[in-house]
Write a protein that binds this ligand. Structure first.
Ligand SMILES: [Zn+2]
Length: 341
């Protein structure tokens, strides 16, 4: 079957799964690798939080996806309790907790932040507190009586530099890791936090659920937009491309780049290796075009003057985020390449 046609079938199947009831649910359990969220566009800049609803989708193994609270939230659950990757907007905290409670009544034990932004870390405070266990004092080994919040060392450094006036301290991760990775075991599977250096920010983490065969990527993969590169907070285009290559190294497709390892992007639908390949190629091609312009001696103003041409064939799909346009993406690449010389 031709792959484009196959993709359409998969999307149609996903919509059917979402719109029909129990019978679709059982077919979802048989073919979890084919479920993709239909949410193709990101939330508006200043959403009306009272109108937002959260969708829950099974990804595969122990991992589910909560979409609609801001950035995508990955939920891994089992006998040990609940692990979250990112927490969504603060204003969505109560709805997010209600959606988690439908998956598991167990306490939230661990929360991992992939990056800095409000829609990833906003509800850290209330969801850490929701990890409360009804016991006297700290738990075994002096473990605090609430969820443990993890992030890379650099993420805590960025939050500290930005300061508590803008990011309240209950969003700062008290548990950090240095270097490239940290791993632990939870719910009968190895969980690996992988640091991607200087990608969308200097503090990015991907979370690899090794037994479920799912990776929560954070914003280096964004199915609703060109990847965000936060230059002011240590982001770089080469870091994003390195992160996407690292992701591809970890992924094993089931058949012709379809199925197998699944990724939960920072925003948008669930993907497989084919989606990551396409995205990596897109970022690399645009990077190369801007690099060529720099080699020709073009200034940023000249690059901006030919604005659509660097990204034109990708614009229908990725230029849909008013807060991060094709032009801003190209400008960030230009500055990123110019400063790294
Ligand atoms: Zn994001």
């Amino acid at each position: 079957m031709n792959s484009a046609f196959h993709k359409i079938l998969v999307v149609v199947a996903a919509v059917l799964v979402l719109t029909s009831g129990l019978c679709a649910l059982s077919s979802a359990q048989q073919q979890p690798q084919q479920i993709r969220t239909p949410r193709q566009t990101r939330l508006p800049q200043n959403p009306d939080f009272s109108k937002l609803e959260i969708q829950t989708l099974k990804v595969q193994g122990n991992v589910q996806l909560l979409a609609g609270a801001g950035a995508n939230i990955a939920v891994q659950s089992g006998g040990d309790g609940v692990l979250l990757v990112d927490t969504g907007y603060e204003q969505m905290g109560a709805k997010t907790l209600a959606a988690i409670r439908k998956i598991s009544e167990k306490p939230i034990r661990t929360i991992i932040n992939t990056t800095l932004a409000d829609d990833h870390t906003g509800a850290n405070g209330p969801l850490v507190k929701a990890g409360f266990i009804n016991q006297a004092g700290p738990g075994l080994g002096g473990r605090p009586n609430e969820a443990m919040l993890f992030g890379h060392n650099n993420l805590l450094r960025l939050m500290t530099e930005i300061g508590e006036a803008k990011i309240s301290t209950d969003r700062w991760p008290p548990n950090t890791y240095p270097g490239n990775q940290r791993d632990f075991y939870m719910n009968d599977e190895p969980v690996v936090m992988l640091h991607v250096s200087n990608a969308t920010t200097s503090g990015d983490t991907m979370v690899w659920f090794r037994k479920s065969d799912v990776i929560a990527t954070g914003d280096i993969l964004d199915e609703t937009s060109f990847p965000y590169i936060d230059l002011a907070h240590g982001g770089s285009v080469s870091g994003v491309i390195e992160g996407l290559n690292q992701l591809l190294d970890l992924m094993v497709p089931k058949h012709l780049q379809e199925g197998g390892t699944m990724v939960i992007p920072g925003h948008g639908r669930i993907g497989d290796e084919h989606d990551v390949l396409e995205y990596r190629d897109m970022v690399t091609i645009v990077r190369d075009r801007v690099q060529n312009a720099i080699k020709k001696g073009m200034t940023l103003a000249q690059v901006k003057a030919v604005k659509p041409s660097y990204t034109y064939e990708y614009e229908p799909r990725f230029n849909r985020n008013p807060a991060w346009t094709a032009e801003m993406f190209v400008e960030a690449i230009y500055k990123s390449l110019s400063s790294s010389k």
